[in-house]
Design a protein around this ligand. Structure first.
Ligand SMILES: Cc1ncc(COP(=O)(O)O)c(C=O)c1O
Length: 480
């Protein structure tokens, strides 16, 4: 069994096993002609169910053959140009190389004595990101598992920096289309059930700052404490960017912590043509960035950044075995002092390899391309009488709905759109997402693949129309 341990004596086995696995994935990527096979849960579950985990195969080739059957064949492939659903990007090769290196070396980023250079590399990437945001010389931050954790940590710091310790009185302000992790964080932080105040958005799905001002005034009038305003720079459904400078003004006026959830919009930090869309982000107290959304990084790769490094002390606890206080005076750098996690992956290495290979401009160009594509897709949709499209994109999502010519019942139109999405998924020809707007069912493209073309978008719109019409035809048959 020791032959399976990765060490000085097994380097050759490591090389051949990993190469065999890489060969399989490379072959898969090269030959995948659809983003999904359309496999059903009922078809796949028994294949996984019948595997006896107490009877190992002892052979890499056999394990990979089995993996083909239970995973590789039917996985959802984000690299395919017709995967248009969620905020999953195709990944860049330097980052995948980083992933291979980091899991083999297996550094843990909590302490210097488990990572050495890894700690400094992560710190340099945090400094780089903070500088791109413009947070100033006292900024700091830490890598996290994702936007959810980054938002949670930011709001923890906001809570601890708040003017009150009455949890019941604290209020967080976020737009009605902000990410649900804000509400989840409020719950985890012990805030009251009505602690997240939903601020209405304008026609472009951006927070209405006048409404925010009114809510902040009301909060104070009611003797409650505004704990944080969460501005979203890239909402999940619409890619809309809240008016950051105006929100910063209000946060200054009311003395409130400003958090910017740029989980999606952070790609603009590298953009060569659209960076100005983030103007005002430099005034934030904390910022969430998800490199695994718009920096073309594999899951997970995210960070939370803060304007004032000292606020990270709210996540600091000491353990004699790990990070005793004396390490601070000995100036031994410990990332665990800033993190909600203890053992933590060296995800930063992926971004490091990416920046060292492609440079930030390389990432920015790719992100600009998908935003250009979204603009083209919007023009297609706006000119297409079969579709209603919600807002002109700022980033790379399109929310739209098939409107059949002969049907006026909104509930029937809902069903046609729901059916079309399901049927498309079952066919595997393309994967699209869905959401609700004004209580009605809409479809969504999240465009993060520079390989997707306007022709792909047009073809998928035709497929959706076909499926929706098929539903409506069958529905008519059922009625007659
Ligand atoms: C705006 C926004 N914030 C936060 C998140 C949560 O990020 P994660 O899925 O990395 O936890 C998402 C995810 O889609 C998001 O769109």
């Amino acid at each position: 069994m020791r032959s399976h341990l990765l060490n000085d004596t097994t380097a050759e086995r490591y090389r051949s096993s990993v190469t065999e696995g890489i060969e399989r994935v490379a072959a898969k990527l090269a030959t995948t002609d659809r983003p999904f096979t359309g496999v059903t849960v009922d078809a796949l579950a028994p294949r996984i169910e019948q595997i006896d985990l107490d009877r190992p195969l002892h052979n890499t080739t056999a394990v990979l053959d089995e993996l083909e059957d239970v995973y590789l064949r039917d996985a959802i492939y984000f690299h395919h140009p017709r995967y248009l659903a969620h905020l999953n990007c195709p990944v860049v090769i330097p980052a995948v190389l980083g992933e291979a290196v980091l899991s083999a070396v297996n550094s843990s980023l909590d302490t210097w004595d488990q990572s050495a250079g890894g700690t400094l590399i992560e710190r340099k990437l945090i400094d780089w990101t903070a500088e791109r945001i413009g947070l100033g010389p006292a900024a700091d931050g830490v890598f996290t598992s994702g936007g959810t954790q980054s938002n949670l940590q930011a709001l923890l710091l906001a809570r601890e920096e708040s003017k009150t310790d009455s949890l019941a009185k604290m209020r967080i302000f976020a737009s009605e289309v902000s990410h649900f992790s804000v509400k989840k964080s409020a719950k985890l932080l012990g805030l009251s059930a009505d602690s997240v105040v939903s601020v209405p958005v304008d026609h472009d799905k951006r927070m209405q700052t006048l409404a925010l001002a009114h809510e902040l005034e009301r909060c104070e009038r009611d003797g409650l404490i505004p704990m944080a305003v969460v501005a979203t720079a890239g909402t999940t459904d619409f890619g809309s960017i809240d008016p950051l400078p105006e929100i910063a003004e209000l946060c200054d006026r009311f003395g409130v912590w400003m958090h910017v959830d740029a989980a999606y919009g952070c790609g603009l930090l590298a953009s060569l043509r659209r960076r100005a869309l983030l103007d005002g982000i430099e005034r934030a107290d904390s910022v969430t960035v998800d490199y695994h959304k718009s920096f073309f990084q594999p899951v997970s790769s995210s960070a939370v950044l803060v304007r004032d490094a000292t606020t990270l002390r709210h996540a600091t606890y000491h353990a004699e075995y790990l990070n005793p206080r004396r390490m601070v005076t000995e100036r031994i750098p410990n990332q665990v002092d800033k993190s909600l996690q203890t053992t933590r992956r060296f995800d930063a290495l992926k971004l490091w390899m990416t920046l060292r290979t492609m440079g930030a401009d390389g990432i920015g160009r790719l992100f600009d391309e998908v935003c250009d594509l979204a603009e083209e897709g919007w023009r297609l949709l706006a000119a297409d009488p079969r579709y209603d499209v919600v807002v002109e994109p700022r980033l790379s999502t399109l929310v739209f709905r098939y409107i059949p010519e002969a049907v006026t019942d909104p509930a029937e139109i809902d069903r046609a759109n729901l059916y079309a999405r399901k049927a498309l998924f079952a066919s595997g020809d393309a994967v699209v997402a869905g959401t609700k707007v004004g209580g009605r069912h809409y479809l969504k493209f999240t465009l993060l693949n520079p390989e997707t073309t306007a022709a792909d978008i047009a073809a998928v719109l035709d497929l959706i129309a076909c499926h929706a019409e098929q539903y409506l035809g069958e529905s008519l048959d059922r009625a007659s």
